[in-house]
Structures are given as C-alpha cells and as structure tokens.
Design a protein around this ligand. Structure first.
Ligand code: NAD
Length: 494
C-alpha cells in the first residue's frame, strides 16, 4: 500500500490548494502518531470553493446531458476500484479499521454509491397530467427536475468514504455541484477523490473539498455561506441542530442523518445462532462506531442468560491489533478524545450500578500501540431503562441487555428514547416480525439481520435521529428542485 500524503490539501476548482487556516494533525488512532498534516480552509477558501462550484454549475457541468453525467459517475466508480489500494491505505491510516472491514465495506461501497445513483437518475420519473382549462381547452401539467445548485456536504468520521459518496454521488447525478467538508479526523479519502475527479474528466469546480473543524472553521463557514443552496449533513444530533439553525436564516433545505440509540429485540423463539451473529456485528462492528449499531438489547426472559453469554463470547473473540496484523479483527476508536468520551460512559455505567459481563476498560496493548485509542468491547446488565447509559448515544462497542416478558413491554422499552434511527427484531414468527416491525418508530427495522439494505430504498431517521430520507429516488427528491410547467393548448378538449 502506498503511504498517505504528508500534507492533505483542500481541493478547489480542480486544484489542490493550501488553505488560509492553520495546519492541523491527522492522527493514526492505532498508535497515536501523526500520519499527516491537514491544511485548514479559511473563509476565503470556502468563498473560492463556492464560487468555483457556482461557475461549474453554470458552465460545463450544467451543459452535460443526464446520460453524460451518469457515464461520468460510472467512470468515477471504476477509477475508485482501480485505485482501491490507495483509498484503503488512506482510510486505514485515518481510522485504524481492520483491513478486512475497510476492504469489504468502506471502499467498495464508496464506488458502488456512484453506480447506484448513475442507474437511479436514469430511471427517475416525474409526473404529467392532462387537464381541461375553464374555457374547455386542453392543458398539460408536468414537472421538470432541475438541480438544487451548490450543495454543502458535511461528513462524520465513522465511515468516511462510504458516507461522503452516499451524498456526493446522488448530488452529482442530479447535476448539482458539491463542496465537501470531511471530518477533521478523516480528511484523506475525500482529498484523494479529487484526483479521481480530475482523472476521469469531471470539470473543475464540480467537486470541492474544504478541510477543518465545525464552529469558527470550515464547517461553519460553509453551512452559513449565502452561496450554498442546500446542506446535507451526517453526524451528531447536537451538531445537526446547530446547522439547522444556521440554515434557517437562508431558508436552505437540509437533510439530516443524525445520532441513534438503537434497540434490538430478541424473542425466545429466535434462532440464537442468528441472534449471536447479528448482535456481534451490530454491537461491535467498526468498534461500535456505526450510527445504526445496537446499544440496547431487550431479550425475552427465557433466553436472557443464553443471549448475554453469547454476546460476551463474541466480545471475547475480538482480537485488537493494527490493520496489518492478520490475527486482528478489532480496531481502535477514532481518537483519544472519543476514547475518553466512551470511557466516561463506562465509568457512568459503574456509578449507575451496572454489572459488566465483560469489558469495561482499556485492553493491554503492546508498547508500540499504547498511544492508540483502544477500548474493550463491553456488555452490561442490571440497569433500569431510565439510566443515562441506556438513554444516551455512546457511539462505542457496548450495549446494555435487559429482560422483558411481553411483546408490548418490548415495544414500549424499544421506543423509549428520543431517537428513531434503526432497530432489529429477532424471531421466527413471521406474523410477529411484521407486527413488531410496523410498530417500531424507526427509519429502518431489520428482522433476523442487521445492516442489510438495497441502496434504492429509503434511509434516514425520525425524532432526534434526523430529518428526511435519502437512498434511491428519495435522494433524487432532495437533490432536485421540481418546477411545474403548465401549458395551455389549443384544439379539442382533452
Ligand atoms: P459531529 O457532529 O461531531 O461532526 C460531523 C461533521 O460536522 C464534522 O465534519 C464536523 O467538523 C462538522 N461540524 C461540527 N460542528 C459543526 C458546526 N457547528 N457547523 C458545521 N459543521 C460542523 O459527528 P461525528 O462525531 O463526526 O460522527 C459521529 C456521529 O454521527 C454520531 O452521533 C453518529 O450517530 C452520527 N452518524 C449518523 C449517521 C446516520 O446516517 N444517521 C451515520 C453516521 C454517523
């Protein structure tokens, strides 16, 4: 694998540029060492990116046909595949993910997003009605889709390329131009994608990247910029609220994919091997840093002990190590700062009276890795539903397991947080599966599985988990503006 670039630059109008802000460190969470420096964009750089994005919209990009844009998206996907090793190296250096996870999920999905939306945009329908005017003459009403314009794409660090392209691909497919603000923790793959854009001939200004932080930095400069037409955001609920307030002044459309505190409900009739495999992934994958991950498990009392044991066994099978270590299947958290946040919840769980079935601390790592953001996978029991550890998003590899006695009780407990992102249900009773799934107030409900989704379907959260849906035609709704054209014809009544 090639080394990531030592200084990660902003990408504006097809060129890599040093920003007017400071240089900040990009830290490898495996070791705690710096892997690169990042050039922060100042207000003037964000201005330049918005100007370039607007010019591209009104220039060469705006003149492409839908089919030409779709072809360009296929070319981007193919180029990501060709350069998969570079993207892998960059993503792993930023996140410390195990090689297997990044090579099976993050990078291929980054490419797939461009293919999926190239297909989707070719098939998007609009409406058309014939009508009769008051004088009896025929009329025709139809809707045209046009791009929304310059889109700000503000991204988190947990699945950097995957979640960024999930928004960039549909935005470009619909003819918009974008300015991406990747997380300050994971700037590398967004920057690298600029090379791909140039390689396949995407006109300058269509794809721009500005690096930095939130308040007082590139995130704020971008989301408050009057030249931005819409904002799509993935991240914490509190940050989402701040961006919605900023967007309100400019009456800007927002799409918000926010936090969660997702439940899993296990009924006694479930196949416990399926439960164990599903929960092992939904609680621990990506070291628990998945918005859709499970942090609350409700288990029907007869199988409670068995499920707790299986979860603890799954936790004990995880081997922490650097991504080059073939035996390792467990990466660190994203940063020492996030490690401190997760550890504060581990301490809170102890204060609230939880029983730690396993984990609860920091694993003993070899000397070379001790500066990394390592954490133990953790399973608790014994807390009431009102405990903060049961109510608040931790975004770590941990869950609380609680018994229940009736379906009604399980549904009540599962719905008892302000969030509404995802839930999983484990049962072999098909009627119960439908019934429970239909009553869960979440954006996505899985039955006997987790993180399995056709990308054409709707994705998003309710309550404090977000506003709007993306995926397939739902993304195309957000990234286009509908214009209603009404034509009065002359001739025979319709
Ligand atoms: P975060 O909210 O801290 O940061 C996300 C991005 O917002 C970063 O690029 C950051 O620099 C920027 N930002 C921060 N403050 C800002 C401001 N005031 N104005 C403009 N930009 C600002 O989130 P994170 O810690 O990077 O990611 C973890 C969170 O993301 C978790 O809460 C997780 O649940 C959520 N998440 C949700 C989904 C989903 O689809 N619902 C997916 C992944 C992650």
């Amino acid at each position: 694998m090639s080394d990531p670039k030592p200084t990660i630059l902003n990408f504006i109008n097809g060129q890599y540029r040093t920003g007017s802000g400071k240089l900040f460190d990009d830290i490898d969470p495996v070791t705690g060492h710096r892997v690169a420096q990042v050039s922060e964009a100042g207000r003037s750089d964000v201005d330049a990116a918005v100007k370039a994005a607007r010019a591209a919209l009104d220039g060469p990009w705006g003149k492409l046909t839908l089919a030409q844009r779709a072809d360009m998206l296929y070319a981007i996907a193919a180029a990501i595949d060709r350069r998969a090793k570079d993207f892998l190296a960059a993503e792993i250096a930023d996140t410390g993910k195990p090689y297997k996870l990044a090579s099976h999920l993050d990078i291929p999905r980054g490419a797939a997003n461009f293919r999926v939306f190239a297909d989707a945009v070719r098939n998007v329908p609009t409406e058309c009605f014939t009508m009769t005017a008051p004088d009896g003459q025929p009329g025709l009403n139809y809707a045209l889709r046009r791009p929304k314009g310059v889109i700000a794409v503000v991204c988190p660090w947990n699945l950097p390329l995957l979640l960024m392209t999930w928004k960039v691909a549909p935005a470009l497919a619909c003819g918009n131009t974008v300015i991406v603000k990747p997380s300050e923790e994971t700037p590398a793959t967004a920057a690298l994608l600029g090379e791909v854009m140039n390689e396949v001939g995407v006109p300058p200004g269509v794809y721009n990247v500005v690096h930095g932080f939130g308040p007082g930095s590139a995130g704020e400069f971008l989301t408050t910029h009057p030249g931005v037409d819409a904002i799509t955001f993935t991240g914490e609920t509190r940050t989402g609220a701040a961006i919605i307030k900023a967007a309100a002044d400019g009456i800007k459309p927002v799409s918000m994919e926010l936090g969660g505190k997702n439940p899993a409900i296990v009924f006694a009739d479930a196949n416990l091997d399926v439960v164990a495999a599903g929960l092992a992934r939904s609680v621990f994958e990506n070291t628990g840093q998945v918005c859709l991950g499970t942090e609350r498990v409700y288990v029907e009392r007869p199988v409670f002990d068995a499920v707790v044991q299986k979860l603890a066994d799954a936790a004990k099978a995880l081997r922490p190590g650097a991504s080059g270590d073939i035996a390792a299947n467990w990466g660190p958290l994203i940063s020492r700062e996030h490690q401190q946040k997760v550890l504060s919840y581990y301490a809170l769980a102890r204060e609230e009276g939880a029983h730690a079935v396993c984990g609860g601390g920091v694993p003993d790592m070899p000397e070379a890795l001790r500066g990394g953001a390592w954490i133990e996978p953790t399973v608790w029991t014994g807390l009431p539903q009102t405990a903060r550890v049961v109510q608040e998003e931790i975004f770590g590899p941990c869950c609380h397991v609680m018994p229940f006695d009736t379906e009604e009780e399980a549904l009540r407990l599962a719905g008892d947080t302000p969030y509404g992102l995802a839930a999983s249900v484990y049962t072999r009773d098909i009627n119960r599966a439908h019934r429970v799934a239909s009553k869960l107030k979440v954006g996505v409900a899985w039955v006997n599985t987790w993180f399995l989704r056709d990308l054409r379907t709707a994705f998003g959260g309710s309550g404090m988990s977000g506003i709007g849906r993306e995926g397939g035609v739902h993304s195309l709704e957000f990234y286009t503006e509908l214009s209603n054209v009404c034509i009065k014809l002359e001739g025979a009544p319709a």
